[in-house]
Design a binder for this molecule. Structure first.
Ligand SMILES: [Zn+2]
Length: 357
């Protein structure tokens, strides 16, 4: 049996076996298809990448470029501010093919909301990742209490997760995201979930007022970086296995999830091409070196994102995982980059050990 997620990634890439080299070949071919898609159908990228299309257009049209990660570094980066300013111009499908628009009113300096659009098949690939990713902690027959927000919104993150769970024979129950320990205890007594999905801030609140919930075996932490003390308290006080997930709305919610070795995130490599760059120079950094996480959507149709800067600081972990997977893993998120109005970058480092660039 192949290690966690590797069989699924191989299947999604049309490969017999997923190795770093075979997956990279598929990713670069998909990257090429994304470039052709946005050149034909996307107003924003046709303009942003005009210089690239002038230099590399013939090679791109014949499927010959990019050929290696070195080539990718030549492509301009995309920032959150680009989406805020030019949201609609990112669209690459007719409006009637858009199944869902997510509006993010982030705390950014401009206050302008970010809008992201998804086609039905974009959402389907998220459902597929959720079903396979969460199988690291959820078994057939389990009930999963989901405290993430968005259960009331069709295609919100909680709703997508609830719909993905029956694919592995499990049941998802939307809980109250604002639950205090008392209400949470009622929900736990009523549904007796084996697994819980929640953000660290929710988990911290619930840990304060509740002894080990009966039946609860595993917790998936998502939406924010998981602090060590919350992870430790879940294991020590609740006796739970704890798995951390990394993803943004921009990645189509899912991005990567820990395996039982808990040594970095196994990435959603069939759908996303990940890079780590020096946030100040924009140059790629070697594995093991911290930098800003950047991704490109490889299968997104409605609103592809090319070399999108997440503002999250992490590193690619060198070497294979203890679980046996040879594929790349992303380290835990070590900090955030804040961008001032004048474009200056500040490193916010909540976790110990982050040295800064
Ligand atoms: Zn692993």
């Amino acid at each position: 049996m192949s290690p966690f997620l590797d069989g699924w990634i191989a299947h999604r890439c049309g490969l017999d076996a997923a190795t770093p080299q075979s997956v990279l070949r598929v990713q670069l071919a998909r990257f090429n298809a994304v470039l052709r898609h946005v050149r034909r159908n996307g107003v924003f990228y046709r303009k942003r990448l005009a210089g690239l299309f002038e230099r590399r257009g013939d090679l791109i049209e014949t499927g010959m470029w990019p050929r290696e990660p070195f080539d990718v570094a030549e492509i301009p980066l995309t920032e959150a501010a680009d989406i805020k300013r030019d949201g609609g111009r990112f669209l690459c499908v007719p409006l009637d093919e858009i199944a869902r628009i997510v509006t993010l009113s982030t705390s950014g300096t401009t206050g302008i909301p970010k809008r992201l659009a998804f086609a039905a098949d974009d959402l389907e690939s998220t459902l597929d990742f959720f079903a396979h990713g969460i199988s690291v902690l959820v078994r057939a027959g389990d009930s999963v209490l989901i405290l993430l927000p968005g259960a009331e919104r069709p295609d919100g993150v909680a709703d997508l997760l609830r719909r993905a769970l029956p694919r592995i024979g499990a049941r998802g129950i939307p809980g109250d995201p604002a639950a205090d320990p008392k209400l949470f205890r009622k929900e736990v007594e009523r549904y007796r979930p084996q697994c819980l999905v929640a953000a660290p801030s929710q988990l911290r609140r619930l840990l304060e007022g509740l002894e080990s919930p009966p039946n609860l075996r595993a917790v998936l932490s998502s939406a924010e970086p998981l602090p060590d003390d919350v992870r430790g308290a879940l294991a020590a006080r609740w006796g739970c296995a704890v798995f951390d997930h990394y993803g943004l709305t921009e990645t189509g919610y899912g991005g990567g999830v820990e395996c039982p070795s808990h040594d970095g995130y196994h990435l959603r490599e069939a759908d996303l091409y990940w890079e780590v760059i020096d946030p100040f120079s924009g140059e790629p950094v070697p594995d093991g070196t911290p930098g800003e996480v950047v991704f490109t959507t490889l299968t997104r149709r409605a609103m592809p994102l090319i070399r999108y800067r997440t503002g999250d600081l992490a590193s690619m972990l060198p070497g294979p995982c203890a679980c046996g997977s040879p594929l790349r893993r992303l380290s835990r998120i070590r900090g955030r980059l804040a961008r001032g109005k004048d474009g200056t970058l500040t490193v916010i480092a909540p976790s110990k050990g982050w040295m800064g660039p």
